[in-house]
Design a protein around this ligand. Structure first.
Ligand SMILES: Cc1cc2nc3c(=O)[nH]c(=O)nc-3n(C[C@H](O)[C@H](O)[C@H](O)COP(=O)(O)OP(=O)(O)OC[C@H]3O[C@@H](n4cnc5c(N)ncnc54)[C@H](O)[C@@H]3O)c2cc1C
Length: 246
């Protein structure tokens, strides 16, 4: 197997290749774990590099053998397989786009998309849990969080200790989530803490998450608190990191 090397356009896919992904790529078919699945050669995706195709094949092999058999019980019994989550972590599939500095894998979005596609193909229930965790929550914290927040939450989200979620939708706030949002976060000026009031709906991983990125309005609909005096129904929405234990 050629080492993971270059993206189309000569950008490095991984630099350097994380050990966990190395392990994953070395566990292509014919290992003990994967003997129940025959991986057909990748379809002719001309725009994908050899490394992307190898990642896609390795992902499909693992996900079909380990996770596809769990799908029926997950759907029938509303059951979440925590062991499967740890398997994802063990094989390097959590924190796909998170830099290694924070415990992630450091893949590009195309690679992460290919993994997501294979996971949803094998087990759509686990797939949506993974997408909410890895993209809506972890990647969001990486892109928008402070360094302190990154260091506090990302390692656990990448090693399988935490399950992440994002809470934006509400009963009256779907497509117009920001404009119609009723959840409010009021800051206590004495210590800077926030009191959250509201309810969310359809939050993937909601019942099992350890960390939830909750969106709430921190100013009134008239724009009070934005500092520039402009009224906007979209103004003043903040994302607050809520630990389930809190
Ligand atoms: C499987 C699943 C997982 C989800 N996970 C999460 C999650 O993790 N976190 C979270 O915050 N939310 C989550 N959601 C909620 C999701 O984001 C909302 O369902 C979505 O925002 C749409 O809102 P709605 O269902 O209220 O539909 P509505 O907003 O009521 O829309 C209904 C229909 O009207 C159309 N429509 C709406 N507005 C307009 C307009 N102005 N012009 C024309 N057409 C319009 C829409 O396209 C749609 O077809 C999840 C939903 C599903 C189904």
């Amino acid at each position: 197997m050629a080492a993971l090397g270059k993206l189309l356009g000569q950008r490095p896919l991984l630099s350097p290749m994380p050990l966990r992904i190395k392990r994953m790529l070395s566990s292509l078919p014919n290992t003990d774990e994967d003997d129940s699945v025959s991986v057909t050669s990748a379809p002719p995706f001309g725009h994908l590099s050899t490394d992307h195709l190898a990642l896609k094949d390795a992902s499909r092999s693992l996900f079909m053998s380990k996770f596809n058999p769990l799908l029926k019980r997950m759907d029938d019994e509303d059951w979440f397989p925590h062991d499967a989550w740890l398997t994802l972590a063990k094989h390097g599939y959590l924190g796909l786009t998170i830099p290694q500095k924070y415990g992630g894998v450091g893949l590009d979005f195309l690679a992460a998309g290919l993994v997501a596609e294979e996971l949803h193909y094998a087990n759509s229930s686990l797939g949506i849990s993974h997408s909410a965790h890895d993209n809506l929550c972890a990647n969001n914290i990486y892109l928008n969080g402070t360094e302190e927040q990154r260091m506090r939450f990302l390692p656990g989200l990448c090693d399988g200790s935490f399950i992440g979620a994002l809470g934006m939708s509400e009963a009256g706030a779907g497509s117009d989530a920001i404009g119609s949002m009723a959840t409010r976060a009021v800051q206590d000026p004495s210590d800077g803490s926030f009191v959250l009031n509201g309810s969310k709906l359809w939050i993937t991983n909601g019942p099992i998450a350890d960390v939830v990125l909750v969106y709430a309005k921190t100013v009134t609909a008239t724009g009070a608190g934005t500092g520039d005096g402009r009224a906007s129904r979209n103004a003043g929405v903040s994302a607050l990191l809520v630990e389930k234990a809190s």
